[in-house]
Design a protein around this ligand. Structure first.
Ligand SMILES: Cc1cc2nc3c(=O)[nH]c(=O)nc-3n(C[C@H](O)[C@H](O)[C@H](O)COP(=O)(O)O)c2cc1C
Length: 180
């Protein structure tokens, strides 16, 4: 399996980091300019550390990179976390960065596009954009950890969200206790 994983300038960059660690298959990583800044702000990781969890890394302004073309095969694209800015661009068809272009490609090629927004509260524009994307074939999977599995740590909460992403792509995992 081949995945395009995008990290954008959202709080909760840890969700994307854990996702990269857990994904089985080839990981093509794109991180936006603001994503790099939030990585610095919220973690002690460098881009080099993050790069160790990906087979390929592309710059977000490199529209010549493989994920920009529909002829480049990938099984799913996951934007985790996804800012409302990136989400709005994808919703309106703007494809001026590698992340937004790859998302547009995923939709036009009928490939799985999983968008993990992290924002609260959300305004009507954001809701409209999310609805439009859901109707256009994207999976909107908000970063909202559950509590029925009695999390003991932030790690447990991150694992819940990442586990729900893995559920969407059909990857087996034991990141959280399922409701029985
Ligand atoms: C520390 C920090 C945290 C942010 N958190 C969020 C967030 O949780 N959700 C969001 O939609 N935007 C958030 N933003 C705003 C985005 O970074 C901003 O809209 C940016 O233009 C998004 O660019 P990108 O989508 O290319 O990464 C945050 C910005 C900063 C500096």
């Amino acid at each position: 399996m081949r995945y395009v994983v995008a990290l954008t300038g959202c709080s909760g960059i840890q969700y994307g980091i854990r996702l990269l660690e857990e994904l089985d298959g080839t990981r093509e990583l794109i991180i936006s300019k603001m994503g790099k800044k939030v990585l610095e702000e919220e973690t002690d990781m460098t881009m080099t550390d993050l790069g160790a969890s990906a087979e390929e890394i592309y710059e977000d302004d490199n529209l010549f990179a493989p994920p920009a073309s529909g002829s480049h095969q990938f099984d799913a694209m996951i934007i985790c976390p996804c800012t409302q800015s990136t989400l709005a661009k994808i919703s309106t068809g703007i494809a001026d960065t590698l992340i937004t272009r790859a998302a547009s490609v995923a939709l036009k090629e009928n490939r799985k596009l999983i968008i993990v927004p992290r924002e609260t509260p959300v305004n009507a524009i954001m809701l409209k954009n999310m609805l439009h994307l859901a109707k256009s074939g994207a999976i909107i999977l908000p970063a909202s950890p559950a509590f029925y599995n009695k999390p003991h740590s932030i790690n447990d909460m991150i694992n819940f969200v990442v586990g729900r992403i893995l559920d969407q792509i059909g990857q087996e995992h034991s990141l959280f206790r399922r409701w029985e």
